[in-house]
Write a protein that binds this ligand. Structure first.
Ligand code: ATP
Length: 456
């Protein structure tokens, strides 16, 4: 099992993830995605959109604003209720999320749905110790609103105060009518959105697992009341299948179905897909059946009728919603954790490999002239042709063995080598990252060959 420390070191060394604002001493818990990380992130988002929107007969896309009218957050409950239970150690003044302290104290206890008072009582009764100083003396729990505030315009008064969205979902709910009208979709249909969200988390950490700025990929799936559990099961399986198809080890994934008493008041079914991160199983993807809570809240608060008229049955109703919601960075961390591998070769050398699905690999192929002098021109031509279709990389430095290792380490799926026979035969060797096997392929077939590898 790869440790978190190894992943962090690897990510920095190879140019996947750098510390944010490093030049100025950093800014706590912010991360920048380097040349390879930016490609991996882009590929994760593309894979999600391909599977959940492009290949789905039901779903369409939306790209809504990060800044929304403050009424949205009043209606959704975020301004009142979107808060974490915050407690503070009286001795060292470190702040913690009470629910996380309880979960860490006893993994079988789930404080979801507990009141602040109940959580505080638990801390006292079970003599939960401060993870920092070990003292068992916490201050009563306060609710801490996690929304980032800013001001719009030049006047810093209360009227200009606005918030950065803490989730992308509300942007979808408030455009439900426009989307339905313009696409003429019939229920059931869904809306996919990828975008940044911001939460002033009390306890960010575990590298990119929990940060204050992150990207979400959310699907709000609208269905007829009474059919939501069926759809909930459908999307639950679809999310799991997506991960398996992208090569995540089955034994490192599991569903954590929430017990009825732990459900949010608006939900009649919720599950998390958990992944076995280096510190143990933890939430990757939340899937919730949210009833008509959101549309109802916006209908009431805005005074606009958000009901849907079924053209076939003439029934009018507020659709129910099933929401699978996942963080791009959590998937990113999972794919690094799942893929980082070391193999000992026959000669005793260590081969580092990022075993990641070719669809996600930053580079699909590396184009390598065996000898710079003789093979450069043809290799550059192949590079120019393939780069119109795929992310590929050209490398002519050092000996071929070293170049193979370098590509293995960053997950490049194929190494295409131009050698002495290439010009005359118009063929190249193609080496597979995982098996290290090589085959000779016609240059004109390369595009179709790569295309095949990235299907999932
Ligand atoms: P938690 O209980 O861990 O704070 P949550 O249950 O509030 O998370 P949701 O609101 O369900 O999380 O968010 C949906 C998904 O968005 C999560 O499963 C996760 O993948 C991602 N996500 C949420 N918060 C963060 C964060 N601070 N950093 C990175 N990803 C996040």
């Amino acid at each position: 099992m790869t440790t978190l420390e190894n992943i962090v070191q690897y990510a920095k060394a190879q140019g996947f993830v750098f510390q944010g604002s490093e030049l100025y001493g950093g800014l706590a818990n912010t991360w920048d995605y380097g040349p390879l990380g930016a490609l991996l992130k882009q590929n994760i988002k593309k894979a999600w959109i391909d599977r959940f929107q492009r290949q789905s007969p039901y779903n369409v896309l939306l790209d809504s604003s990060i800044l929304l009218n403050t009424e949205v957050w009043k209606a959704s409950g975020h301004l009142g209720g979107f808060s974490d239970p915050l407690t503070e150690c009286r001795s060292c003044n470190m702040r913690f999320r009470a629910d996380k302290l309880i979960e860490e104290h006893d993994k079988t206890t789930s404080p979801d749905g507990w009141s602040n008072e109940k959580m505080y009582q638990y801390l006292i009764d079970h003599e939960v110790a401060c993870p920092n100083c070990g003292k068992k003396d916490f201050l009563p729990i306060r609710s801490f609103n996690m929304m980032f505030q800013t001001h719009q315009g030049v006047v810093l008064d209360t009227a200009s105060k606005i918030y950065l969205r803490p989730e992308t979902a509300q942007g979808i709910f408030i455009q439900f009518k426009n989307i339905q009208r313009t696409t003429r979709r019939k229920v059931p249909f869904g809306v996919c959105q990828v975008g940044k969200s911001f939460r002033n988390e009390i306890t960010p950490g575990n590298f990119i697992f929990r940060t204050r700025e992150f990207e979400q990929m959310e699907l709000e799936f609208f269905c007829k009341p009474g059919t939501e559990i069926e759809w909930f099961k459908y999307w639950k399986q679809a999310c799991m299948q997506f991960l398996l198809d992208l090569g995540v080890n089955k034994q490192d994934l599991k569903f954590d179905d929430h017990k009825p008493e732990a459900l949010s008041h608006y939900s009649n079914a919720t599950t998390d897909i958990q992944y076995n991160f280096p510190w143990g199983f933890d939430e990757l993807w939340g899937i919730a059946s949210r009833t008509d809570f959101d549309l109802n809240a916006h209908q009431t608060h805005s005074g606009e009728n958000l009901t849907y008229l079924d053209p076939d049955t003439n029934e009018r109703y507020l659709p129910y919603v099933v929401e699978p919601s996942v963080g791009v960075e959590r998937l990113f961390l999972m794919f690094l954790s799942n893929g980082l591998t070391e193999e000992t070769l026959e000669n005793g050398d260590i081969r580092q490999i990022l075993k990641i699905h070719p669809a996600l690999a930053p580079y699909k192929a590396a184009i390598l002239p065996l000898f710079r002098k003789e093979h450069k021109d043809l290799a550059e031509k192949i590079y120019a042709d393939l780069s119109k279709h795929f992310d590929v990389v050209y490398d002519e430095t050092q000996n071929i063995g070293k170049r193979y290792r370098r590509q293995d380490a960053i997950g490049t799926y194929l190494c295409i080598t131009v050698d002495h026979d290439s010009e005359a035969t118009q063929t190249v060797t193609v080496r597979n990252r995982d098996t290290m096997e090589q085959e000779r392929i016609a240059i004109t077939d390369l595009r179709a060959y790569i295309e095949k590898t990235i299907e999932f």
